[in-house]
Ligand binder design. Structure first.
Ligand code: ADP
Ligand code: MG
Length: 440
């Protein structure tokens, strides 16, 4: 097991384009770190620099205590799992899992023991003699993970491993990967463009945009205290709404009415005239369904509801609003970059399933304005990020992680953690060629 430390990492491809631009990121020993961002933001490039499949233009990459910039992939002792599993069709499941051990000339009885342990862990025991073609997508994915695990590498690297699976299987595999990572306690870097995967899997999430790191934090921190417009819009589904607003004395005027500000927020926007206010769909409610106590701490907006979507457990309502053309254009750009096809001059509002608000009518909506964030429209910076709260969320995430790992150890005292099972020096020598063949 090992920490992975990236310092000012830059990757310029032949044309000089910086695919990864000055990334500094510290993945702790045993941590599950997610790299997330829209397609083309440099996630795979960064991962491939960790493994050694891509040269580093400048900066320093450390694995454990070793600078690995010039170390060959096969000497880094890392295991990579790709989107297209890169299984060998002519080999059985057993031999596919055993492959890296065979490469490393591991003795036969040791191969036998380790493949069996791995198969058991992944519930593949009864499929060991089958060929990949006869397996389901989820089983193939597990074989690919088995091949990564059996090597007892210092870290696991995943590049969008679930993106070829259907939605249901993706959900199941997500849970399995999460359980497995916690059980093995191996440092893991996991790349995805899917914010749901990012939020549900990781200890911490690193958000990339155009090669530049935007924010690193626990899922809860990213959701509650995004550092800028991009992170705020990328994390959460449906996306946060951004309303143009003018700053008045102690409150904001928005297309959905007046948002009161507490003293901290008012101070943060003092001297400004135009800002963007971010408010999540789930911070709205049908005003007829809320308690007086709640009503008192928010604002009521009368708004025209354009469309409603009833989903059984909740419903969404779409509320168009007017915005000045320059801000509207900026919001459209952001929306495009976030791969969202949502028109940004309409607010998406999540309502209780019991709400009887109809499409085409005016409705009274309650807005939990205390949850709003205020952004600089030019730089996108979140002007109202609460640093005290950020620090508290960080401490809470550390405690939760420590408790979870302790519970895991208690539950499975004899569990084959990689550290305990790593006998002999055969672990993981060289899968370089194999890793190369599977890259996308
Ligand atoms: N071999 C390459 N040569 C030139 N440009 C590349 C190469 N690989 C990736 N890029 C560019 O680098 C950027 C980041 O790509 P990538 O790391 O694959 O993004 P992601 O995995 O986030 O989708 C993209 O703009 C892509 O076009
Ligand atoms: Mg990629």
């Amino acid at each position: 097991m090992a920490a992975i430390t990236m310092k000012n990492i830059v990757k310029q491809y032949g044309d000089g384009f910086p695919a990864v631009n000055d990334v500094t990121l510290d993945v702790q020993d045993g941590e599950f770190m997610i790299l997330v961002g829209p397609s083309g933001c440099g996630k795979s490039t960064l991962l491939r620099m960790i493994v050694g499949l891509e040269d580093i233009t400048s900066g320093e990459m450390r694995i454990a205590d070793r600078v690995v910039n010039r170390i060959a992939p096969r000497e880094r002792n890392l295991s990579m799992v790709f989107q297209n599993y890169a299984l060998y069709p002519h080999l059985t499941v057993y031999e596919n899992i055993a492959f890296p051990l065979r490469l490393a000339k591991t003795p036969g009885d040791e191969v036998e023991r380790r493949v069996k342990d791995t198969a058991e862990l992944l519930e593949l025991t009864e499929h060991l003699q089958r060929k990949p073609a006869n397996l389901s997508g989820g089983q193939r994915q597990r074989v690919a993970m088995g091949r990564a695990i059996v090597r007892q590498a210092d870290a696991f690297l995943f590049d969008e491993p679930l993106s070829n699976l259907d939605a249901k299987l993706r959900g199941q595999m997500r849970t399995e990967i999460s359980r497995l990572q916690r059980r093995l306690g191996v440092t893991t870097v996991y790349v995805t463009h899917d914010q749901t995967e990012a939020m549900t899997l990781g200890d911490r999430v690193a958000v990339l945009r155009k090669g530049v790191l935007q924010q690193v934090g626990s899922p809860r921190e990213l959701y509650e205290q995004p550092s800028n417009l991009f992170v705020a819009g990328f994390i959460g589904s449906p996306s946060m709404n951004f309303l143009p607003a003018t700053v008045q004395d102690g409150h904001l005027e928005t297309p959905l009415g007046r948002f009161e500000m507490d003293a901290r927020k008012a101070a943060a926007v003092a001297g400004r005239s135009v800002v963007l206010v971010g408010i999540r769909p789930e911070d709205f409610e049908d005003a007829s369904l809320i308690s007086d106590e709640k009503r008192a701490r928010g604002t009521i907006a009368r708004a025209h509801v354009d469309v409603t979507e009833w989903l059984g457990n909740e419903q969404y309502a779409y509320v168009p609003y007017d915005a000045p053309e320059d801000l509207a254009a900026q919001l459209r750009d952001l929306s495009r970059e976030l791969d969202s096809d949502q028109l940004r001059t309409q607010a998406v509002v999540a309502l209780d399933a019991a709400s009887l608000i109809n499409a085409g009518e005016d409705a009274e909506l309650w807005i939990d304005t205390g949850k709003a964030h205020i952004f600089d429209p030019a730089s996108g910076e979140n002007l109202t990020r609460d640093e005290e709260r950020v620090a508290e969320l960080g401490r809470r995430a550390d405690r939760a992680r420590a408790a979870q790992r302790r519970a895991q150890q208690r539950e499975e005292p004899g569990a084959p953690t990689v550290a305990a099972a790593a006998t002999g020096a055969t672990g993981g020598a060289g899968e370089g060629a194999d890793a190369e063949s599977g890259s996308d």
